[in-house]
Design a protein around this ligand. Structure first.
Ligand SMILES: NC(=O)NCCC[C@H](N)C(=O)O
Length: 406
C-alpha cells in the first residue's frame, strides 16, 4: 500500500516510481536521438545493468520500488482504462481514422504487457501485421513509427510530480514527451493503487488545452514545511508556475512558492540539474547558474484569490525564510570551472536523497562526490555512462510517491 504523500525532498523516501524498458532504447538511433532529447545512442544492455544497480540501491535502503510499465499493464487490464488509453494514444487525429481503428483492433487482442511495451517503447509501421495495416493512403515510410518511442519515460520525475498530498500530471513543454502524461493519467485514474485514494490533482487532469502553461517535475522541489521551490526554466513557464501555484494554494497543500529563474538552456533544462537538497539545511548547487545573481521571487496567497509576489534579494535567503532556518550550507559542483561544467553536464548536482544526508548519484562525478563526502554526506553511487546520455541523473529518474516530512 502507498500513502500518497510527499512531504519533503529529504525525509525518508518510502515509495518511488521508476521506469526501464529496453525497447525505446533499442529504437534510439543517431538519426532520431536528438529529436527524442538524447545526446547519443545507448549500449542497451549496459544501460539496463546501470538502471538495475540504481533500483537495487533504493531497495537496499528500504524503498518500495514500483515500475511504470507494470502499473501500465495492470491498468490496461481494466476495460475502461484500456479503451481510453488506446483511443488517446492512437487517436484518429494521430493515425487517421482508417489506420487508427485497424491498429487498435490488432493491439487490443495482445497481452497487456505487450501493449504497455508498445505504448512506452513505440510502435513501427512494419510491426503491424498485413491484414491490420489499413491506412487510407499507401504512402508510408515503413521504417517510421506509428507511435514514437518514449525513451524519456526513464525520467519519471518530470512527467508527474507528487507535492504534499497531491499530484501534478504535467503538461510537458516538449511535444515528444507529451504522450508520457497520458500513460500516467490512466495509471493514476484507474490503477487500484491510486483509484479512489484520497489525493488532490493540481494540474493536468482536466480536459483542457493547457497552452502556454507547461510544467516539468524536474523543476519542482518539495523542500518541505509547506514550501515548494520551482524553476522558471526552459521547460516550466511563468503561466505553468502560476497555474500550479494557484492550485497548491487553493487545495491548501502549500503556503509558499519560491521561484528561481534559470537560463533557457539544455544543460540546465530543469531546476534539479543545478540545485538539489541533500539534508534539511544542505543543498547542492552548480555555481555558474545558481548564485547570488539568480533572480528569485516568493509567492504567497493574497486576498480575493490574488497571488502576492515579492522579489527576493537572493535564493539562499528565500530558502532559509521558507524553511524557517537560520542558515543553509551550499555544496557547489567540484573542480575548477572546467571540471564543474563537465560534472554538472553529467548530473553531479542531480542527487536523489533517500533520507537526510544519504544521497544517490552517478559515480563518474568524482570531484563533486568527494566534496559531498567531505561535508559528511553519504553518497551511494552507481555507473551512469549510458543512462546519463539522456541528460538526467538519479533525481530525474525517480518519481517519489511517498516520502516523510522534515
Ligand atoms: N529532471 C530532469 O532534469 N530530467 C532530465 C530529462 C532529460 C530528457 N532527455 C529531456 O530532455 O527531457
Amino acid at each position: 500500500m502507498v500513502n500518497h504523500y510527499v512531504g519533503s525532498e529529504v525525509g525518508q523516501l518510502r515509495s518511488v516510481l521508476l521506469h526501464y524498458d529496453n525497447l525505446a532504447f533499442e529504437r534510439l538511433t543517431p538519426s532520431n536521438c536528438h529529436e527524442l532529447l538524447f545526446d547519443d545512442v545507448l549500449s542497451v544492455d549496459k544501460a539496463a545493468e546501470e538502471h538495475k544497480q540504481f533500483a537495487t540501491i533504493l531497495e537496499q535502503q528500504g524503498v518500495n520500488v514500483l515500475y511504470l510499465n507494470k502499473l501500465l499493464a495492470e491498468t490496461l487490464a481494466l476495460p475502461e482504462a484500456r479503451q481510453w488509453l488506446l483511443d488517446t494514444q492512437l487517436s484518429n487525429y494521430r493515425l487517421g481514422t482508417s489506420l487508427a481503428s485497424s491498429v487498435k483492433s490488432w493491439l487490443s487482442e495482445l497481452p497487456n504487457e505487450q501493449i504497455a511495451k508498445y505504448l512506452t517503447g513505440g510502435l513501427a509501421y512494419n510491426e503491424i501485421p498485413e491484414p491490420f495495416f489499413k491506412p487510407l493512403f499507401d504512402s508510408y515510410d515503413w521504417e517510421h513509427f506509428i507511435l514514437k518511442p518514449l525513451p524519456n519515460h526513464l525520467f519519471t520525475r518530470d512527467t508527474s510530480c507528487w507535492i504534499y498530498n497531491g499530484v501534478s500530471l504535467n503538461p510537458m513543454a516538449k511535444s515528444v514527451r507529451r504522450r508520457e502524461s497520458n500513460n500516467l493519467k490512466a495509471i493514476y485514474r484507474w490503477h487500484p493503487l491510486f483509484e479512489k485514494q484520497n489525493f488532490n490533482y493540481y494540474l493536468g487532469n482536466e480536459n483542457v488545452n493547457y497552452d502556454n502553461a507547461t510544467i516539468e517535475g524536474g523543476d519542482v522541489l518539495i523542500i518541505g514545511r509547506g514550501a515548494v521551490l520551482i524553476g522558471l526554466s526552459e521547460r516550466t513557464s511563468p503561466e505553468g508556475i502560476e497555474a500550479l501555484t494557484r492550485s497548491l494554494f487553493k487545495t491548501g497543500q502549500a503556503t509558499k512558492v519560491v521561484v528561481l529563474e534559470l537560463p533557457k538552456d539544455r544543460a540546465c533544462m530543469h531546476l534539479d540539474t543545478v540545485l538539489t537538497q541533500l539534508d534539511i539545511n544542505v543543498f547542492s548547487a552548480y555555481p555558474a547558474v545558481i548564485n547570488d545573481s539568480t533572480r528569485c521571487w516568493t509567492l504567497t496567497p493574497g486576498v480575493n484569490d490574488k497571488l502576492d509576489i515579492k522579489e527576493e534579494a537572493g535564493y539562499r535567503q528565500a530558502i532559509m525564510s521558507a524553511l524557517s532556518l537560520s542558515d543553509i550550507k551550499v555544496i557547489t559542483t567540484g573542480g575548477d570551472i572546467y571540471g564543474q561544467e563537465r560534472e554538472q553536464w553529467n548530473d553531479a548536482n542531480n542527487m536523489l536523497t533517500i533520507r537526510p544526508g544519504v544521497v544517490v548519484g552517478y559515480e563518474c562525478n568524482t570531484l563533486t562526490n568527494d566534496k559531498y563526502a567531505e561535508a559528511g554526506i553519504e553518497v551511494l553511487s552507481f555507473p551512469g555512462d549510458q543512462l546519463g546520455r539522456g541528460r538526467g541523473g538519479a533525481r530525474c529518474m525517480s518519481c517519489p510517491l511517498e516520502r516523510d516530512n522534515i
